[in-house]
Ligand binder design. Structure first.
Ligand code: KIV
Ligand code: ZN
Length: 388
């Protein structure tokens, strides 16, 4: 089934889990534009929507299925026939269709969401997979709230749905509850104890309630998962989903993990800006990989080290994620080297004394003006010429 055991498949759910966020709703044409960009980015699977939820979501899955060629197009369902029928219909133009069906797996969900029993839920899970399999070959099963599920029961459920035809088994940490070692151990247990696990790909789908979504996803991959689910900018329910750009860049930066994806990481910055503006969701400046300050150096010590050798303070090259360039920000915390660098960039070559003098005037200005731009520097130098 898997040709390359080290290949990690990237499943993007920006248009489904991401779009559930209040205020982030998109029109079908907007979703088509995003899906085309996701195809260029190189994602393997696009979760295009939850077709039974609304006519708009249904149409979006239909139109995205027509618009993209390479990625698998996936539609979400609950474990019931009506949801599955509607999803099958919505995927009829997809070159590579996938149904994503599933049900709760934790006792919390079984008792307090479904008012049911483990046995009954297991039956419903198997029935849903078998039913979906009659229409679509590629079936992904999600065991909702797997992060809090009893691992022995979870293993039983996963074995049964693979036997029923699931090609991918998704182990969501729906509530972002797990610690990385707990989540990793859960994936390892499934890998070692589910007899037919080699017939399916294990997928990780982590939420960020405790800020651990990326760490948990990596722990899952280290323990045998080979599909990662997430969104661009980490948008999603509550505190969001795993940020795809973070996982991909972790795998690239830590080549010793031996895992790789098909993602063109140089498109991340563009993609991030597109999602942010279309979904009206600003990216926090300190967001890893794509935040406005992700490659901005502002303290004197860092700037000095960066100017001596950028690798002193740069583990990812900005151009590798499509970021315009690294920046040396001038503030009252900046040092002489940073000022010299910018003045030379603007054509001012200063000797030691001139630089000393310019730096004193710079600090006076920087104490009142929070960040100093090129115009301020030109004025600083013009002031010096007038004075002389
Ligand atoms: O978080 C979750 O459990 C989900 C499932 C529907 C896959 O989004
Ligand atoms: Zn989710």
């Amino acid at each position: 089934m898997l040709h390359d055991p080290n290949r990690v498949y990237v499943f993007d759910t920006t248009l489904r889990d991401g779009e559930q966020v209040p205020g982030c709703q998109l029109t079908t044409p907007e979703k088509i534009d995003i899906a085309r960009e996701l195809e260029i980015l190189g994602v393997d699977i696009i979760e295009a929507g939850f077709p039974v939820s609304s006519p708009g979501d249904f149409m979006s899955v239909v139109e995205i299925s027509k618009a993209v060629k390479e990625p698998t197009v996936c539609a979400l369902t609950r474990a019931n026939r009506m949801d599955i029928d509607v999803a099958v219909e919505s995927l009829k133009y997809a070159k590579h269709p996938r149904i994503h069906t599933g049900i709760g797996s934790s006792d919390m969900h079984i008792k307090h969401k479904f008012n049911s029993t483990r046995e009954e839920i297991l039956e419903r899970a198997v029935e849903a997979v078998k039913y979906a399999k009659k229409s679509v070959e590629d079936i992904e099963f999600y065991a909702e709230d797997a992060g809090r599920a009893d691992v022995v029961y979870l293993a039983q459920m996963i074995e049964a749905v693979i036997a029923a035809g699931a090609t991918v088994v998704n182990i969501p940490d729906t509530n972002g509850y797990c610690l990385p070692d707990q989540y990793g151990a859960k994936i390892k247990y499934l890998k070692e104890n589910v007899k037919n696990i080699d017939k399916a790909i294990i997928s990780v789908h982590c939420h960020n309630d405790l800020g651990l979504a990326t760490a948990n996803s990596i722990a899952g991959l280290q323990n045998g998962a080979r599909q990662i689910e997430g969104t661009i900018n980490g948008i999603g329910e509550r505190a969001g989903n795993t940020a795809i750009e973070e996982v991909v860049m972790i795998l690239k930066t830590h080549a010793t993990l031996g895992l790789h994806t098909n993602i063109n990481s140089r498109n991340f910055y563009e993609m991030s800006r597109m999602i942010s503006s279309q979904m009206r969701m600003p990216v926090q400046p300190n967001k890893a990989i794509v935040g406005g300050n992700a490659f901005a150096h502002s303290s004197g010590i860092h700037q000095d080290g960066f100017l001596k050798n950028r690798e002193n303070y740069e583990i990812i090259r900005p151009e590798d994620v499509g970021f315009p360039s690294a920046s040396i920000v001038l503030t009252a915390r900046s040092g002489r080297h940073a000022l010299k660098y910018h003045l030379e960039r603007l054509g001012h070559k200063l000797d030691k004394d001139e630089l000393y003098d310019a730096y004193k005037r710079f600090l006076t200005l920087a104490d009142v003006k929070l960040d100093i731009n090129d115009d301020d520097l030109q004025q600083l130098m013009a002031f010096k010429l007038v004075k002389n």
